[in-house]
Design a protein around this ligand. Sequence first.
Ligand SMILES: Nc1nc2c(ncn2[C@@H]2O[C@H](COP(=O)(O)OP(=O)(O)OP(=O)(O)O)[C@@H](O)[C@H]2O)c(=O)[nH]1
Ligand SMILES: [Mg+2]
Length: 473
Amino acid sequence: MTGVPTFAVVGHPNKGKSSIVSTLAQDDSVRIAPEPGTTTECRAYPMRVDGEVQYVLVDTPGFQRARRALEWMRARETHAGAHRAVVEAFVAEHRATGQFRDECELLTPVLAGAGILYVADGARPYGPDFEAEMEILRWTGQPSMALVNPIGGHAHVAEWRAALSQYFKIVRVFDAQAASFETRLDLLRGFGQLAEEWRAPLDAAVTAIAEERERVHARVARAIAELLAEMLTFVAERRIPVGADSDDFRESLEREWQDALRAREREARRAVEQTYGHRVLQREERPFDLLERDLFSIDDWFLWGLNRRQLVASGAAGGAAVGGVIDAAAHGASLLAGALLGAAIGGAGAWWSSSRLARVRMFTLPLGGQLLRCGPAASPNFPYVVLGRALYHHARIAGRSHAVRSPLALADGPGENWIDRLSAEQRRTLDRAFRALRRDRADAADELARVLEPIVAQGDAPTGAAATAVAHG
Ligand SMILES: Nc1nc2c(ncn2[C@@H]2O[C@H](COP(=O)(O)OP(=O)(O)OP(=O)(O)O)[C@@H](O)[C@H]2O)c(=O)[nH]1
Ligand SMILES: [Mg+2]
């Protein structure tokens, strides 16, 4: 039991062993599937922080014939002190014959010194079948803990607790898919209690992982600040022949401009996902998925945390006219009413429709020809929409267990209005930073990243909207 603390996750087939490995190793490449027998070989997943291995989780196949295996062992049992030797003999003998393949495979890392994490499903009743598995594990003499994974509910958790506590000193309920970051750290501290020599390395691992999380927040804040910097300054340009009618090019240039911004937003999302170690994340392209709603669908803007009061406030601060659109959308009124209201407030409402988000202007080039330019985004609301979307996406990713295999999707809205959670000072600083970005001030993105860091961290709260995983079938 020296070296890096190593834990073998063992149990019956299809009880969420691989899911627990995936969550605790923060690795979404672990194979997880609804059918039993998905994992057929042991595989070690090291949890690294900054390249340093903190602990190792070993995924294993489930027990297939535990009762027969135990019968074999019992027949050769001489005295309790020899239990481990009998398990070793069992593996040595059957490795060669290929019998009890799964039992041999899963017992190998345990006999090599791994701690045991025995996984049970709290939604299914306890039965004597499991006793043979637990008995065999006890015979190995390795430090052990039981985890009840409430895969389909908590119906039998109490019953399992009672049974497991006869075999394991520590029994915990741990939901592989819904466990928050804090719950995971807490479980790791629990692993440290299994053996004296594991306590210090696991405490160190918890510290390292928590510090890493802060660095992740800083990286995400920086990624979002850079996204905003580009979104607020981006222009699309096209040279057009002298004498050509600019109207022939206007629409396609606007489309190009919008597509570029959409692509930039997608890129930033991928960067955030990677930062959290979600490498193979799938997406649901459903029309009602909020994350897939179009950036330029102004009807949806209120969903991103804007309400009329805030729009007016940010508009006033930005020195531009704003107001109606979001209010109209939120109340289901027509855009026309919004436009009129906006016009009444500020006089100018050039960006009510999505195509008017950015102005298209024509320039005559000194050496002949003309240049059509679209952008940059002029609406004072636009940075709040981009930021609202980015923070919402971040919260979904930060709260997502690496064991979840369903596509990233949402059933409900961001709910709480994130802007309301900001302090007045934060709002003022944001507004200042947005204006500085628009003026292309060199340090504006740095300043914004600094303001965003605590806001991003706030979005990673364990009880946030992100904690509710959406399961699809
Ligand atoms: N809802 C929910 N489903 C879970 C949870 N843990 C596992 N599952 C699902 O249960 C099924 C089996 O999960 P696995 O992690 O592959 O189970 P396993 O014990 O490794 O299975 P084998 O490798 O086949 O022995 C998968 O469809 C998982 O998505 C959980 O905490 N909540
Ligand atoms: Mg598995």
